[in-house]
Design a protein around this ligand. Structure first.
Ligand code: ATP
Length: 250
Protein backbone atom coordinates (compact mmCIF):
# COMPACT_ATOMS: atom_id res chain seq x y z
CA UNK A 1 0.00 0.00 0.00
CA UNK A 2 1.48 3.34 -0.98
CA UNK A 3 1.61 6.42 1.22
CA UNK A 4 -0.93 9.18 1.27
CA UNK A 5 0.34 12.34 -0.42
CA UNK A 6 -2.63 14.61 0.20
CA UNK A 7 -5.76 14.19 2.26
CA UNK A 8 -8.80 16.25 3.13
CA UNK A 9 -11.07 15.50 6.04
CA UNK A 10 -14.59 16.82 6.54
CA UNK A 11 -14.04 19.80 4.25
CA UNK A 12 -16.99 22.15 3.84
CA UNK A 13 -17.07 25.41 1.88
CA UNK A 14 -20.21 27.52 2.16
CA UNK A 15 -21.34 30.51 0.15
CA UNK A 16 -24.31 31.72 2.18
CA UNK A 17 -26.84 28.88 2.11
CA UNK A 18 -25.01 27.06 -0.71
CA UNK A 19 -22.51 24.37 0.24
CA UNK A 20 -20.04 24.29 -2.66
CA UNK A 21 -18.26 21.46 -0.82
CA UNK A 22 -20.18 19.49 1.76
CA UNK A 23 -18.16 17.46 4.28
CA UNK A 24 -15.75 15.92 1.77
CA UNK A 25 -13.08 13.49 2.96
CA UNK A 26 -10.71 11.83 0.55
CA UNK A 27 -7.15 10.52 0.52
CA UNK A 28 -4.88 10.76 -2.54
CA UNK A 29 -2.09 8.18 -2.68
CA UNK A 30 1.45 8.99 -3.76
CA UNK A 31 2.21 8.47 -7.42
CA UNK A 32 -1.41 8.07 -8.52
CA UNK A 33 -3.41 10.12 -11.02
CA UNK A 34 -6.91 11.05 -9.90
CA UNK A 35 -9.48 12.29 -12.38
CA UNK A 36 -11.91 14.65 -10.70
CA UNK A 37 -15.15 14.71 -12.66
CA UNK A 38 -18.73 15.84 -12.16
CA UNK A 39 -21.31 18.20 -13.63
CA UNK A 40 -20.82 21.96 -13.74
CA UNK A 41 -21.02 23.40 -10.25
CA UNK A 42 -20.29 20.04 -8.56
CA UNK A 43 -17.50 21.60 -6.48
CA UNK A 44 -14.39 20.34 -8.29
CA UNK A 45 -12.56 23.65 -8.61
CA UNK A 46 -13.53 24.62 -5.07
CA UNK A 47 -11.99 21.38 -3.77
CA UNK A 48 -8.82 22.01 -5.77
CA UNK A 49 -8.67 25.54 -4.34
CA UNK A 50 -9.02 24.20 -0.80
CA UNK A 51 -6.19 21.71 -1.39
CA UNK A 52 -3.98 24.37 -2.98
CA UNK A 53 -4.62 26.93 -0.24
CA UNK A 54 -6.41 29.34 -2.57
CA UNK A 55 -9.68 28.93 -0.72
CA UNK A 56 -8.96 29.54 2.94
CA UNK A 57 -12.53 29.96 4.16
CA UNK A 58 -13.48 26.39 4.86
CA UNK A 59 -14.05 24.03 7.74
CA UNK A 60 -12.26 20.70 7.99
CA UNK A 61 -8.61 19.73 7.57
CA UNK A 62 -6.10 19.29 4.79
CA UNK A 63 -2.99 17.14 5.27
CA UNK A 64 0.11 16.90 3.12
CA UNK A 65 1.59 13.57 4.13
CA UNK A 66 1.25 13.64 7.94
CA UNK A 67 1.36 17.41 8.22
CA UNK A 68 -1.78 19.42 8.89
CA UNK A 69 -1.57 22.24 6.33
CA UNK A 70 -5.12 23.54 6.80
CA UNK A 71 -3.87 27.00 7.78
CA UNK A 72 -1.00 27.19 5.29
CA UNK A 73 -1.54 29.77 2.55
CA UNK A 74 -1.03 28.93 -1.14
CA UNK A 75 2.59 30.10 -1.37
CA UNK A 76 3.62 27.91 1.55
CA UNK A 77 1.84 24.90 0.06
CA UNK A 78 3.58 25.62 -3.27
CA UNK A 79 6.93 25.52 -1.50
CA UNK A 80 5.92 22.25 0.15
CA UNK A 81 5.54 20.75 -3.31
CA UNK A 82 1.92 21.36 -4.27
CA UNK A 83 1.69 22.84 -7.79
CA UNK A 84 -1.52 24.23 -9.27
CA UNK A 85 -2.56 25.11 -12.82
CA UNK A 86 -5.63 27.10 -13.76
CA UNK A 87 -8.59 26.92 -16.16
CA UNK A 88 -7.51 30.23 -17.62
CA UNK A 89 -3.90 30.34 -18.80
CA UNK A 90 -1.70 32.44 -16.52
CA UNK A 91 1.46 33.32 -18.39
CA UNK A 92 3.04 36.64 -19.37
CA UNK A 93 1.98 36.90 -23.01
CA UNK A 94 4.39 39.72 -23.87
CA UNK A 95 7.45 37.88 -22.53
CA UNK A 96 9.38 35.06 -24.16
CA UNK A 97 8.88 31.42 -23.25
CA UNK A 98 12.26 31.33 -21.48
CA UNK A 99 11.55 34.53 -19.54
CA UNK A 100 8.25 33.09 -18.30
CA UNK A 101 10.03 30.02 -16.98
CA UNK A 102 12.89 31.98 -15.48
CA UNK A 103 10.54 34.28 -13.62
CA UNK A 104 8.53 31.30 -12.33
CA UNK A 105 11.69 29.53 -11.13
CA UNK A 106 13.09 32.58 -9.40
CA UNK A 107 9.86 33.81 -7.84
CA UNK A 108 9.27 30.45 -6.14
CA UNK A 109 12.58 30.43 -4.33
CA UNK A 110 12.44 31.28 -0.64
CA UNK A 111 13.84 34.78 -0.08
CA UNK A 112 13.17 35.82 -3.66
CA UNK A 113 14.51 39.25 -4.57
CA UNK A 114 13.40 40.17 -8.07
CA UNK A 115 16.36 42.40 -8.97
CA UNK A 116 19.13 40.30 -7.56
CA UNK A 117 20.09 36.94 -8.98
CA UNK A 118 23.46 35.40 -8.16
CA UNK A 119 25.49 33.85 -10.97
CA UNK A 120 25.41 30.50 -9.21
CA UNK A 121 21.61 30.51 -8.93
CA UNK A 122 21.31 31.88 -12.42
CA UNK A 123 23.29 28.92 -13.79
CA UNK A 124 21.20 26.45 -11.76
CA UNK A 125 17.97 28.01 -12.99
CA UNK A 126 19.14 27.91 -16.58
CA UNK A 127 19.83 24.19 -16.30
CA UNK A 128 16.42 23.64 -14.78
CA UNK A 129 14.91 25.76 -17.52
CA UNK A 130 16.55 23.69 -20.26
CA UNK A 131 15.14 20.47 -18.87
CA UNK A 132 11.63 21.94 -18.55
CA UNK A 133 11.83 23.27 -22.11
CA UNK A 134 12.75 19.83 -23.34
CA UNK A 135 10.07 18.09 -21.30
CA UNK A 136 7.33 20.41 -22.54
CA UNK A 137 8.54 20.30 -26.15
CA UNK A 138 9.27 24.04 -26.13
CA UNK A 139 13.03 24.06 -26.73
CA UNK A 140 12.74 25.52 -30.23
CA UNK A 141 10.27 28.16 -28.98
CA UNK A 142 12.38 29.39 -26.07
CA UNK A 143 12.87 32.90 -27.53
CA UNK A 144 9.37 33.24 -28.99
CA UNK A 145 6.95 35.71 -27.43
CA UNK A 146 4.60 33.51 -25.37
CA UNK A 147 1.43 35.25 -26.51
CA UNK A 148 2.15 34.45 -30.15
CA UNK A 149 2.26 30.66 -29.58
CA UNK A 150 -0.66 28.39 -30.42
CA UNK A 151 -3.08 27.82 -27.55
CA UNK A 152 -1.80 24.26 -27.09
CA UNK A 153 1.79 25.47 -26.77
CA UNK A 154 0.73 28.17 -24.31
CA UNK A 155 -0.86 25.41 -22.24
CA UNK A 156 2.44 23.48 -22.43
CA UNK A 157 4.24 26.59 -21.21
CA UNK A 158 1.80 26.96 -18.35
CA UNK A 159 2.47 23.34 -17.48
CA UNK A 160 6.18 24.12 -17.48
CA UNK A 161 5.58 27.07 -15.14
CA UNK A 162 3.57 24.77 -12.84
CA UNK A 163 6.45 22.27 -12.82
CA UNK A 164 8.77 24.80 -11.19
CA UNK A 165 10.11 24.02 -8.67
CA UNK A 166 9.46 20.32 -9.24
CA UNK A 167 6.23 19.80 -7.26
CA UNK A 168 5.45 16.30 -6.02
CA UNK A 169 1.72 16.99 -6.16
CA UNK A 170 0.07 18.54 -9.20
CA UNK A 171 -3.43 20.00 -9.17
CA UNK A 172 -4.51 20.54 -12.77
CA UNK A 173 -7.73 22.40 -13.51
CA UNK A 174 -8.97 21.53 -17.00
CA UNK A 175 -5.54 21.44 -18.66
CA UNK A 176 -7.08 20.49 -22.01
CA UNK A 177 -9.71 23.27 -22.03
CA UNK A 178 -9.64 25.25 -25.25
CA UNK A 179 -7.03 23.07 -26.96
CA UNK A 180 -7.88 22.23 -30.56
CA UNK A 181 -8.34 18.66 -31.80
CA UNK A 182 -4.95 18.54 -33.50
CA UNK A 183 -3.10 19.43 -30.27
CA UNK A 184 -5.04 17.25 -27.81
CA UNK A 185 -2.94 14.14 -28.32
CA UNK A 186 0.32 16.02 -27.64
CA UNK A 187 -1.19 17.70 -24.57
CA UNK A 188 -2.35 14.35 -23.20
CA UNK A 189 1.09 12.88 -23.75
CA UNK A 190 2.62 15.77 -21.84
CA UNK A 191 0.22 15.27 -18.92
CA UNK A 192 1.07 11.55 -18.94
CA UNK A 193 4.79 12.34 -18.89
CA UNK A 194 4.66 14.88 -16.07
CA UNK A 195 2.38 12.61 -14.02
CA UNK A 196 5.10 10.01 -13.68
CA UNK A 197 6.39 9.91 -10.11
CA UNK A 198 3.87 12.53 -9.00
CA UNK A 199 0.46 12.60 -7.37
CA UNK A 200 -1.94 14.31 -9.76
CA UNK A 201 -5.48 15.60 -9.37
CA UNK A 202 -6.90 16.32 -12.77
CA UNK A 203 -10.18 18.13 -13.37
CA UNK A 204 -11.15 17.43 -16.93
CA UNK A 205 -14.38 17.48 -18.91
CA UNK A 206 -12.85 15.53 -21.81
CA UNK A 207 -14.07 12.12 -20.70
CA UNK A 208 -11.86 10.00 -22.96
CA UNK A 209 -8.79 11.92 -21.82
CA UNK A 210 -9.55 11.76 -18.10
CA UNK A 211 -10.44 8.08 -18.27
CA UNK A 212 -7.22 7.19 -20.08
CA UNK A 213 -4.91 9.38 -17.93
CA UNK A 214 -6.27 8.46 -14.48
CA UNK A 215 -5.71 5.51 -12.15
CA UNK A 216 -8.76 6.49 -10.15
CA UNK A 217 -11.80 8.62 -10.90
CA UNK A 218 -13.46 10.70 -8.19
CA UNK A 219 -16.97 11.76 -9.13
CA UNK A 220 -18.42 14.84 -7.46
CA UNK A 221 -22.01 15.99 -7.43
CA UNK A 222 -23.64 18.76 -5.38
CA UNK A 223 -20.49 19.31 -3.34
CA UNK A 224 -20.06 15.69 -2.30
CA UNK A 225 -18.12 12.67 -3.57
CA UNK A 226 -20.70 10.53 -5.31
CA UNK A 227 -18.39 7.68 -6.30
CA UNK A 228 -14.75 6.77 -6.74
CA UNK A 229 -13.03 3.87 -8.41
CA UNK A 230 -11.16 2.75 -11.49
CA UNK A 231 -12.16 4.31 -14.80
CA UNK A 232 -13.74 1.02 -15.85
CA UNK A 233 -15.85 0.73 -12.70
CA UNK A 234 -16.94 4.37 -12.92
CA UNK A 235 -18.04 3.95 -16.52
CA UNK A 236 -20.34 1.15 -15.36
CA UNK A 237 -21.64 2.90 -12.23
CA UNK A 238 -25.37 3.47 -12.69
CA UNK A 239 -25.57 6.48 -10.36
CA UNK A 240 -22.70 8.17 -12.19
CA UNK A 241 -24.14 7.42 -15.59
CA UNK A 242 -27.48 8.89 -14.64
CA UNK A 243 -26.12 12.14 -13.21
CA UNK A 244 -23.20 12.74 -15.46
CA UNK A 245 -22.00 10.45 -18.18
CA UNK A 246 -25.39 10.03 -19.84
CA UNK A 247 -26.97 6.79 -20.82
CA UNK A 248 -25.48 6.93 -24.31
CA UNK A 249 -21.88 7.13 -23.10
CA UNK A 250 -19.74 4.10 -23.95
P1 ATP B 1 -17.21 23.67 -13.37
O1 ATP B 1 -17.06 22.29 -13.91
O2 ATP B 1 -18.31 24.44 -14.03
O3 ATP B 1 -15.92 24.45 -13.28
P2 ATP B 1 -17.05 22.96 -10.54
O4 ATP B 1 -17.43 21.55 -10.29
O5 ATP B 1 -15.61 23.27 -10.60
O6 ATP B 1 -17.78 23.48 -11.87
P3 ATP B 1 -17.16 25.01 -8.54
O7 ATP B 1 -16.59 26.07 -9.41
O8 ATP B 1 -16.29 24.44 -7.49
O9 ATP B 1 -17.75 23.82 -9.42
O10 ATP B 1 -18.48 25.61 -7.88
C1 ATP B 1 -19.26 24.87 -6.90
C2 ATP B 1 -20.45 25.70 -6.52
O11 ATP B 1 -20.02 26.82 -5.75
C3 ATP B 1 -21.24 26.25 -7.69
O12 ATP B 1 -22.61 26.23 -7.38
C4 ATP B 1 -20.72 27.67 -7.81
O13 ATP B 1 -21.71 28.51 -8.38
C5 ATP B 1 -20.47 28.02 -6.36
N1 ATP B 1 -19.42 29.02 -6.20
C6 ATP B 1 -18.11 28.86 -6.55
N2 ATP B 1 -17.40 29.97 -6.25
C7 ATP B 1 -18.28 30.84 -5.69
C8 ATP B 1 -18.16 32.17 -5.16
N3 ATP B 1 -16.99 32.80 -5.14
N4 ATP B 1 -19.27 32.75 -4.67
C9 ATP B 1 -20.46 32.11 -4.66
N5 ATP B 1 -20.64 30.85 -5.14
C10 ATP B 1 -19.57 30.23 -5.65
Amino acid sequence: MSNIALRCEGVTVSYGALKAIDNVSHAFQEGQVYGLIGPNGAGKTTLLNVLAGRQMRYSGQVYCGDQDISQHPAYERARMGIGRSFQIIKIFGEMTVAENLLIAAQSRRPGFQPFWISRRHDRKFREQLDSILELTGLTSYRDEIAGTLSYGLQRSLEMGVTLLPDPKILLLDEPLAGIGHHEIEAAMQLIGKISQGRTVLLIEHNMDAVMSLSNEIVVMNNGTVLACGTPASIRKDEAVRSIYLGEDDE
